[in-house]
Design a protein around this ligand. Structure first.
Ligand SMILES: [Zn+2]
Ligand SMILES: [Zn+2]
Length: 366
């Protein structure tokens, strides 16, 4: 077992440094993961800039994929994995004892104090190597792992995170059934993942909205199974959605746009009477202008918030990746070595001139 690991340590907003950190002894309930890939999403950028409050210093990285390098006896029995197995690791580490955990809603668990999971816990909390911006990461007794086939390129295999979100937000939470019409607001990695999941669930028509600058992502949405795409800056989205859904509006609306609050208000215009709106895009705690609650009342709309992914949705995502039926490589735009973590985040956030990222990841060990 290695004695030290390279890791990116965040010491404050926009402050990352590469360090060599000691790897502690394993006990029977833990494992050491050799990180193959760590996916990067919008919350990495919010963590980097300080929008998401964190206790520093910490090792970021909440979308880990890797190989079990060493494992304690009890952990191996509990997870059914052994040295050499590839696993996808869930971000959140639940307490396994609170009411939310026991009720099966472990993504709401706050039993270990605030947001507890890989990439979010400070170094000071033993054993410290919680995040996947590193060559090696420790798996906690309550970490949740999923076995995954080892022959899929790491940059694609690590998409279990956005795809898992697609299955939970666009299918599981709104209970999407075959033939349901769906509008997805925002064609980023979560929006595209929602298209893939909704298509796998047999929904249709699937309509995706975006801005003029999103044209390449809207084209990709059509590759992944969207029936129609709408540029909301050039077209009357309300009129088109009503025309495409026989005048009723959509059975399900999934709001996954980043930062903009207007689509939240618009979602109530797009949804059909009796339909469901899922809100999953965070807006930096901004209020929503022109939010007309009467539309919820008069149309009897169900409004649901979505945060995180469930075990079942992760499994659906992993099986879909393993099936090879969706050309996911077209969504994977950037790979970065560990030492370029900062550039990777800036690229994802659109701060790198001339680079348009959809799905990016770090590949430690390359
Ligand atoms: Zn993420
Ligand atoms: Zn709990």
């Amino acid at each position: 077992m290695p004695r030290t690991t390279r890791a990116i340590v965040q010491t404050g907003p926009r402050a990352l440094e590469l360090r060599e950190l000691p790897i502690p002894e394993l006990d029977a309930d833990r494992a050491l993961l050799r990180v193959e890939a760590c996916g990067i999403c919008g919350s990495d950028a919010e963590q980097y800039t300080g929008v998401l409050p964190m206790r520093f210093p910490l090792v970021p990285g909440h979308e880990p994929l890797g190989i079990i390098e060493a494992i304690g006896d009890r952990a191996a029995r509990r997870w059914g994995v052994n040295v050499g197995d590839r696993v996808a690791v869930e971000a959140l580490i639940p307490c396994a004892h609170c009411g939310d955990c026991l009720g099966g809603q472990y993504q709401r668990c706050r039993g270990r104090g605030g947001l507890f999971g890989h990439g979010y816990v400070p170094l000071a909390r033993a054993p410290g190597l919680w995040g996947a911006y590193a060559d090696y990461m420790l798996l906690d007794e309550h970490s949740i792992v999923h076995r995954m086939r080892a022959d899929i390129p790491a940059g694609l295999a690590v998409m279990f995170n956005p795809l898992g979100a697609g299955f939970r937000w666009a299918v599981e939470i709104p209970n999407t059934r075959p033939g349901d019409s769906l509008v997805i607001l925002g064609p980023g990695q979560r929006g595209l993942a929602s298209v893939i999941a909704a298509r796998a669930a047999g929904a249709g028509p699937i309509i995706v909205t975006g801005l003029t600058r999103d044209a390449p992502k809207l084209a990709l949405a059509r590759v992944f199974g969207a029936d129609h795409t709408i540029d909301v800056e050039q077209e009357d989205a309300r009129a088109r959605i009503h025309a495409l859904t026989g005048g009723r509006g959509a059975d399900v609306v999934v709001e996954v746009s980043a930062n903009a609050a207007e689509p939240v208000a618009e979602s109530l215009r797009y949804v059909a009477p009796g339909g469901t709106v899922v809100l999953a895009g965070v807006k930096g705690f901004k209020p929503v202008p022109d939010f007309v609650s009467d539309l919820i009342v008069l149309k009897e709309v169900t409004l649901k918030g979505a945060f995180g992914v469930t075990h079942r949705a992760y499994e659906q995502a992993i099986r879909l990746i393993e099936s090879g039926t969706v050309p996911l490589a077209q969504m994977h735009t950037h790979d970065f070595p560990l030492e370029q973590a900062e550039l990777a985040i800036q690229t994802l956030a659109g701060e790198a001139p001339g680079e348009a990222s959809i799905h990016s990841c770090l590949l430690p060990g390359t």
